[in-house]
Unconditional design. Structure first.
Length: 569
C-alpha cells in the first residue's frame, strides 16, 4: 500500500488539463500544483479544472469496461491475450497487474476533492451563481468514481478532502476501508441537495456536445440507491430522470429484425447502441492520437486491427452464445383470411448463420470472418473479429436502454414485478401499464410508474426492451410473467414468488443488451450480494468456457466473495 501512495501523490495533488477547440483535452502541463489557499474564482479556472478531471477519467475509462467484462461470463481472453488480461479473467491477483492501478482512481478523486474545497460557490453575477453547476458536476464525478472503485476493490479508503502532501496521503490510506454500501450511503447524502442543479453548458467540445461529458445526477443516484438496497428510492430517481418534462427520455426503438417471416435469409439491422445520439446519455471522450492525451486501447483488445495484426485478445464466451441462443424470436403476422394476428416462431436450427439462433443482438454486435488462407509463415491472424459496440472515441457511462433496465430492476425489488416485466415485454406508458398491470400494483406503485400521456404515448412506447433483438415480444407466448403452479395463500406470496424470477429475466436482458460494455460482472455481483448467494455469480462465470460442467477450481474460488475483488496491495 505504501508504495502505491507515492504514485497516488503524483496524480492527486493537482488539477491539470487545459482545453482548446482543436484538441479534445489537451494537457499543457503534466502537473500544476496549486497552493492550499488558492481559490478557483474565475470562469477559466472552473472550465479548465473540470476538463482536467475528465482528462484524469480518461485514464481509468478502458479499465472500467475491462473489469466489468473480463471478470464476467460473457468474454474470454484469447491465446493472443496479454498475461494481465488472462490473470484478471482467472481472478489470479498474485502478481502485479497493469489493470490494478488504484492510484489512477484516486487521481480523479483528489482532483475532485481539491476542486470542491477551493471553488468559490458563493460568487454570483447578475443574480446567478457562477460555479454551482460545476460544483454539482464534480460531485457527480467523485461519487461515480468511488462507485467504480468499490465495484473493483470491494472496500476502499473513503477520502473526502484534498491531500496535498505525502504524509496526508499515507495517513488517509491507513483508515478503515469503506464497503460499497457505506460508499453509496455517503454519496446519496452528498448528492441529493444538488439534484436540481443544471449541468454546465460549454457548447461543442471538439465534435462532442458537452452535455454528454457530465454524469446525470438522478441516474447516478438511482445506481447508488440500487447498490444500497434502497429500491423504492432507486426507482424514483430513475423514474424522475426518465420522465423529466423538459427532457423526457422515451424507450429506444432500435432493433435488429429478420427481414421477413418466411425466408429467413436476411436481417434488417437498425441497432446501433453505442453510435446513436438517441441512445447516448453520458460518456468519457477519448483522444484520437496519443499526442493529444489518452486514447482507448479497447479496439485493439476486442477487434482485429492492423495494429495488432488482426490478433484480437478478447472474444465472446460460450456463455454469451448460450444466453443469446436460448431466447425465442417471434413475428406477429396477419395471415390471409385470418381475423386475428398469428405468431410465428423462428427455429433455432437450420439458419444460414448459427449466431442467428434466438436473440439477434449478439449477431449484430459480433462479426467473425476469415482473412486469407491459414499459414504458418504469415504474421497475421487468419481470423478477423469485430465487436461493433467497441469504439475508439468514447467510453459510454450511461445510455437510455440500460437506465430503463436498472429502473426495471429497482421497480421489481421495490415490489412491483408486473411493472418491471412490462418494460421488458411491452414498453411503458400509461395505456400499457393500465392494460398489463393489475389495479393493486398500480395503486401501490403510484407515481413511480406514472408516465405523462402528453410525453409517453402508446404509439411511441409499445416496444419492450426484449424486442430490440427478439422480435415482437409482446406476442411471444414463451416470454411471460412468471406465475406459480398453484394459487398461493396471499397476493404478497405471489409477488414474493415473482420478484427473483423477474430479476433473473432482467439480468439476462442486461446481458443481451449490455454485453461488451462493462456492466456484466457488476450486475451479477449486485444480485449475488443482494441474495447473499455467491453461486449467482460463481456459476455463470465458471461456465463461460463452454464445458459440460463448470470450471470447478474457478467456481470454488468465486464462492468466496473476497476473491471477486482486486487487492488493494
Amino acid at each position: 500500500m505504501i508504495t502505491k501512495v507515492k504514485y497516488i501523490i503524483c496524480g492527486i495533488c493537482v488539477i491539470c488539463g487545459l482545453f482548446s477547440c482543436s484538441k479534445m483535452l489537451e494537457t499543457e502541463s503534466d502537473l500544476v500544483e496549486f497552493e492550499e489557499d488558492h481559490t478557483l474564482n474565475h470562469a477559466t479556472d472552473s472550465v479548465y479544472s473540470v476538463m482536467g478531471i475528465i482528462n484524469k477519467m480518461q485514464i481509468i475509462a478502458d479499465r472500467i469496461v475491462l473489469l466489468g467484462e473480463v471478470r464476467g461470463d460473457l468474454v474470454l481472453p484469447t491465446a493472443a491475450a496479454n498475461s494481465d488480461l488472462k490473470r484478471l479473467s482467472e481472478f489470479n491477483f498474485s502478481e502485479k497487474n497493469r489493470y490494478n492501478q488504484i492510484s489512477d482512481y484516486y487521481a480523479v478523486i483528489n482532483n475532485c476533492n481539491y476542486f470542491l474545497a477551493h471553488i468559490d460557490t458563493a460568487m454570483e453575477r447578475r443574480g446567478r451563481n457562477l460555479f454551482m453547476r460545476e460544483y454539482a458536476a464534480v460531485k457527480s464525478y467523485r461519487a461515480w468514481t468511488y462507485l467504480q472503485l468499490a465495484q473493483a476493490y470491494g472496500s476502499v479508503p473513503l477520502i473526502l478532502k484534498p491531500l496535498m502532501t505525502e504524509r496526508e496521503a499515507v495517513e488517509a490510506m491507513k483508515q478503515t476501508p469503506a464497503d460499497i454500501k457505506e460508499i453509496c450511503e455517503t454519496f446519496i447524502a452528498d448528492l441529493t441537495p444538488y439534484v436540481g442543479v443544471n449541468l454546465p453548458q460549454y457548447g461543442n467540445v471538439a465534435n462532442s456536445n458537452s452535455k454528454y461529458l457530465f454524469i446525470p445526477m438522478r441516474a447516478l443516484l438511482g445506481d447508488l440507491c440500487l447498490w444500497a438496497g434502497r429500491y423504492q428510492e432507486a426507482a424514483r430517481w430513475y423514474h424522475d430522470y426518465l420522465t423529466d418534462k423538459y427532457d423526457p427520455i422515451q424507450m429506444s426503438h432500435q432493433s435488429i429484425t429478420w427481414a421477413n417471416s418466411t425466408q429467413l435469409n436476411s436481417v434488417f439491422d437498425n441497432y446501433y447502441p453505442m453510435g446513436s445520439s438517441d441512445e447516448l446519455l453520458s460518456y468519457i471522450p477519448m483522444e484520437a492520437r496519443v499526442f493529444d492525451g489518452t486514447i482507448s486501447n479497447l479496439p485493439n483488445l476486442f477487434n482485429s486491427t492492423t495494429e495488432n495484426n488482426y490478433f484480437y485478445e478478447l472474444s465472446p464466451s460460450y456463455q454469451m452464445e448460450k444466453i443469446s441462443a436460448s431466447q425465442t424470436y417471434c413475428f406477429e403476422v396477419s395471415l390471409p383470411g385470418a381475423t386475428t394476428k398469428d405468431t410465428l416462431y423462428v427455429p433455432h436450427v437450420g439458419l444460414y448463420r448459427s449466431e442467428l439462433a434466438g436473440d439477434l443482438r449478439y449477431f449484430s454486435n459480433h462479426t467473425l470472418s476469415t482473412y486469407g488462407a491459414k499459414s504458418d509463415y504469415t504474421e497475421y491472424n487468419s481470423y478477423m473479429q469485430t465487436i461493433h459496440k467497441v469504439t475508439s472515441n468514447r467510453i459510454v457511462l450511461y445510455r437510455r436502454t440500460m437506465v430503463y433496465l436498472r429502473y426495471a430492476e429497482a421497480l421489481n425489488r421495490a415490489g412491483f414485478p408486473q411493472s418491471a416485466f412490462a418494460i421488458l415485454k411491452y414498453g411503458i406508458c400509461d395505456d400499457i401499464l393500465k392494460a398489463r398491470v393489475d389495479a393493486a400494483e398500480l395503486q401501490a406503485a403510484g407515481d413511480l410508474v406514472y408516465f405523462d400521456p402528453e410525453l409517453f404515448s402508446f404509439d411511441g412506447t409499445y416496444f419492450g426492451v426484449h424486442s430490440m433483438g427478439s422480435g415482437d415480444s409482446h406476442a411471444n407466448a414463451h416470454y411471460t410473467l412468471p406465475q406459480p403452479d398453484q394459487e398461493l395463500a396471499t397476493r404478497q406470496d405471489t409477488v414474493n414468488y415473482q420478484i427473483p424470477l423477474v430479476e433473473d429475466m432482467i439480468v439476462t436482458e442486461m446481458a443481451l443488451e449490455g454485453a461488451f460494455e462493462g456492466y456484466r460482472f457488476n450486475d451479477l455481483m449486485r444480485v449475488a450480494l443482494r441474495r447473499n448467494d455467491p453461486a449467482y455469480l460463481a456459476d455463470p462465470v465458471s461456465m463461460r468456457y463452454g464445458l459440460q460442467a463448470p470450471n470447478t477450481e474457478l467456481r470454488q474460488k468465486l464462492m468466496e466473495p473476497k476473491n471477486w475483488y482486486l487487492p488493494l496491495k
